[in-house]
Structure formats: C-alpha cells, structure tokens
Ligand binder design. Structure first.
Ligand SMILES: Cc1cc2nc3c(=O)[nH]c(=O)nc-3n(C[C@H](O)[C@H](O)[C@H](O)COP(=O)(O)O)c2cc1C
Length: 452
C-alpha cells in the first residue's frame, strides 16, 4: 500500500437530515430509524465490513416543527456511540458535542469513557452550536457571539487535553504483593483558571490505548478555520468542486503550518453525496428525482430559515427584494452560511422567492455516476490534494450498500484504500500520532513537576 491512502467515514442520518425530507417515506427506512440502536448498529457494521475508518454522529439541540425528520427525534450521540462500541470492533466512533452548552469536566469524562469502552476508537467533533435557539435550553437568553463561541472552544479543547493527561500511563501499578494500587506521583491535578472555565482536576479516568480521543472540527468561518488548524486532528467540511476543495485544503493546512504543526497531522475529510447508477445517465436521473422530491419550496425555505436562526421569512412578501436585515438574526447562528445566501441575493438583486428557488436549483454533484465514475472522482480529489478522505453521505441504504460493494473494491484494487484495518485504534487507522502524556514528557525532559 502507498504511504497515503484514502480515509472513509459514514454519516447515518436515520429518517433524513437537512435537505432530506422525503426519505422517511421509503419502506427500506424504518420510521423510527433515528431512535433505533439496531438500525445504527447495522450501518456501523456494514461500514466496518468495508473497512471504513469511522462512523460520525452529527448533533444539535434545538428544533422547531419544521426541522428535518432525523432532527425531530434522535438519540444523544455519546450514549448512542457507547452502544455502538459494543456492537463493533474496529470502526472509529466520532460524535458531535458542543463547547457552548456542556460543562468541560463532564463532557471530557464522557469522551474519555467512550475511548476506554471502545478500546481507543473515540473521536470528538468539536462544535460551537450553530442553532442559536439552543441557548434557551440551557438557561441563557441568547447564544454567545462568534468570538466568545470560538474563544470558549479553544480554551475548552486545551482543557480537555490537559484533563485527559491527568494520569500517566504507568500511574496504576495495581501491585497486590506490595499493596500499591496508585503511584501518586503519576496523578496530576490541573488548577485551570482561564478566561471562561475554572477546573481543578484531576480527571478520574486513565488514558486509552490511543492516548486521547481524536479531535475533529467543522467550522468554516475565519475563527472556525483557525480553531481547526490550531487544534484539530481531523476536519469535516463541504466542498462543491475539486477546486473549492483544494482551496479549503491549502488554506487550512497552510494555517496549521503557521501554527507550527505538521500538515500531515491533520486529516481533511469533505462530506460528499454519492448517487450510484448502472450508467452515468441513470445516476444523474436518480439524483434529479431525489433532488426534486426533497426540495419543495417550503422545505427549502425552512433550510434557509435555520441558517438565519429560524428567522420568520413568512412575514415578508415573497416577491419583494430579499430582506437583507434578516442577516442580523444570523449573527449568533450559522452566520457563514447565512452570509453566503445574503451575498448571492444582493449581488444578483434577487427577491425572496428567487433566492429560495436559487438555493433549491439542482446542482449536479461530482460524485454521481457508475461505481467507476465515482471511484475515478474520489481518486482525482485525493490525488489533487483536495481531500485526505471523505465522509460518505447517502440518500438511501441501497446506495450505501452499492458504495461498499462496488466503489470500495475499486479503490482497494487501485491501492487507494485498505483491505484490512491497519490498527486497533481510530488514531492508528487515520495515521495520527499518539500524543505522549505531557507529564511523562516533561519528566523525561528534566522538567520535573510537583505531583498533587
Ligand atoms: C461536515 C460538517 C458537519 C457538521 N456537523 C455539525 C454538527 O453535528 N452539529 C453542529 O452544531 N454543527 C455542525 N456543523 C457546523 C459547524 O461546526 C459550525 O458550527 C457552523 O458551520 C457554524 O460555524 P462557522 O460559521 O464557523 O462555520 C458541521 C459542519 C460541517 C461542514
């Protein structure tokens, strides 16, 4: 196998995520898929049989009656992933959790637990929460502004990594003969007193076989890209074309270099929509059909409204110019996305109706065609430096089955994807280094610390 191979992840969306409002009608999708652990275990096992690197569970915590079906009724990611840990053996288990509405000690402990339960397969997708309404579920009148959101996230990740190093790897002799369970010099408190958080430590949990959970990040704003480049080991993103993918890839790896990091220690994985057919034309027809059934006007308006903090566009005349003042409501929501929509409307002088119609216009995706076409495209993106791997999104279980049965073997034949797992941990499979325990390293380097 060559040194650099494609990494693959799957994102199970149960009864249908954003832009996927009709999926639940399909008899192949159980109506309760999003709350059925057996359904998730089935997807994870299928991905594992195809040697995928990871299964990724997205999350958010604010809904309206217009939210996509999966969002209306779904399992909490860490609870779900803990169950998947027992249903699988090799695949990485990555979940979204927000730094805006979780107490650090509690969340860090839960990820450390998942990492031990899965024997080193846990990953954390660090988000700051785009849904501004979440604040109302956590006793706040409004969501934090972007600088505060990302300031908290940065401090939070540093804090998490410090807490995960509370015990050095040889902290527990568990020696019955001498009666020594713990070597107290290998347990370290933190006494963190930062801008946003105050945590004494130590964490009451040892490190896992991969040292620490893998940190992922998915923000696209300036602050989001900086946070990813400075702290993350995996980046999830969206890219409409190979050129856009390369631009993002170069930008984020360049930022990582400027933060003194090796760009190889950061795996970039765009989320892609795959549609497979017996011919390219058939796949494109299928794509068109799915797009039309999922992008009714009302649903497309709901998708836009979410980016703008669920702003009520219903109060506006559909045939009047796009209400640019709505952008104010996005300031603490999905601002980067809302800004793109507003910019488009302004640049082209669109009405509200035209803006919605433009966002629901069919764009033929790059990963639509026969298995060979899709494999060629994946190879092209990977070799062009637009991606280190891909998050495979699929519209239908049969589509994912086809991907694992037809596309994966082509990638394997070309030496672009593994035929068996490289390691027992997520870090090992992604080719990421195990971070040494900071206290052990300090001792090795002669910087002896006080044990607490
Ligand atoms: C592939 C991908 C997956 C994401 N998953 C989540 C998620 O599960 N939950 C969430 O709140 N935001 C998620 N996001 C959104 C971002 O993390 C971020 O909060 C949002 O884009 C707003 O911040 P930004 O303006 O910095 O991009 C995801 C983004 C991408 C590209």
């Amino acid at each position: 196998m060559p040194d650099r191979t494609i990494k693959l992840g799957v994102v199970p969306y149960g009864t249908g995520g954003p832009g996927s409002y009709q999926l639940w009608h399909d008899p192949d999708i159980p109506g309760d898929a999003s709350v059925d652990i057996d359904w998730f275990a089935g997807v994870a096992r299928e991905a594992e049989a195809a040697k995928f690197d990871l299964v990724f569970i997205v999350d958010s915590q604010f809904i309206t009656p217009h939210s996509p079906p999966h969002y209306l009724n779904r399992l909490e990611p860490l609870t779900l992933l803990s169950a998947l840990a027992m249903a699988t053996e090799h695949i990485g288990l990555v979940g979204t959790a927000t730094t805006s509405f979780n107490s650090p000690f509690n969340l860090v402990r839960r990820f450390a637990s998942l990492d031990l339960i899965s024997r080193g397969r846990a990953g954390w997708n660090v988000v700051t929460s785009g849904d501004a309404g979440t604040a109302g579920n956590y006793g706040l009148d409004e969501h934090y502004d972007y600088d505060t959101r990302y300031g908290r996230a940065e401090e939070y990740v540093g804090l998490a990594r410090a807490l995960w190093d509370s015990y050095e790897d040889d902290a527990f002799p568990r020696d019955r003969a001498s009666g020594v369970f713990l070597d107290p010099t290998k347990q370290h408190a933190l006494h963190h007193d930062g801008t946003y958080f105050k945590v004494a430590g130590p964490l009451n949990l040892q490190r896992s076989p991969q040292g620490q959970p893998v940190i992922f990040q998915a923000g696209d704003s300036e602050q989001g890209r900086d946070l990813g480049a400075a702290t993350a080991e995996g980046i999830f993103t969206f890219a409409p074309s190979v050129e856009a993918g390369r631009a993002f890839y170069d930008d984020v790896k360049g930022r990582a270099r400027r933060f003194g990091r090796s760009p190889g220690d950061l795996v970039i994985m765009p989320g892609i929509s795959v549609v497979l057919g017996d011919t390219d034309a058939e796949a494109r027809e299928l794509e068109q059909h799915q797009w039309e059934s999922d992008h009714g006007f009302e649903h497309s308006l709901a998708d836009i409204s979410r980016s703008f903090g669920w702003y009520d566009f219903g109060a506006h005349d559909l045939d009047a110019p796009f209400p640019v003042e709505a952008l104010e409501h996005a300031a603490r929501s999905f601002f980067t996305q809302a800004q793109k929509v507003t910019q488009l409307a302004q640049d082209e002088g669109l009405t509200l109706r035209e803006t919605v119609l433009r966002t629901r216009q069919r764009r033929s995706g790059p990963f639509v065609g026969t298995a060979t076409t899709v494999a060629d495209r994946l190879q092209e993106w990977f070799e062009a430096g637009a991606a280190d791997g891909f998050l495979v999104g699929y519209d239908h279980p049969a589509g994912f089955r086809r991907f694992t049965a037809e596309v994966v073997p082509l990638l394997q034949e070309r030496g672009l994807f593994r035929t068996d797992y490289d390691a027992t941990t997520l870090r090992g499979n992604l080719g990421l280094p195990v971070p040494g325990n900071r206290h052990t390293l300090a001792r090795r380097d002669g910087l002896v610390e006080e044990a607490v």
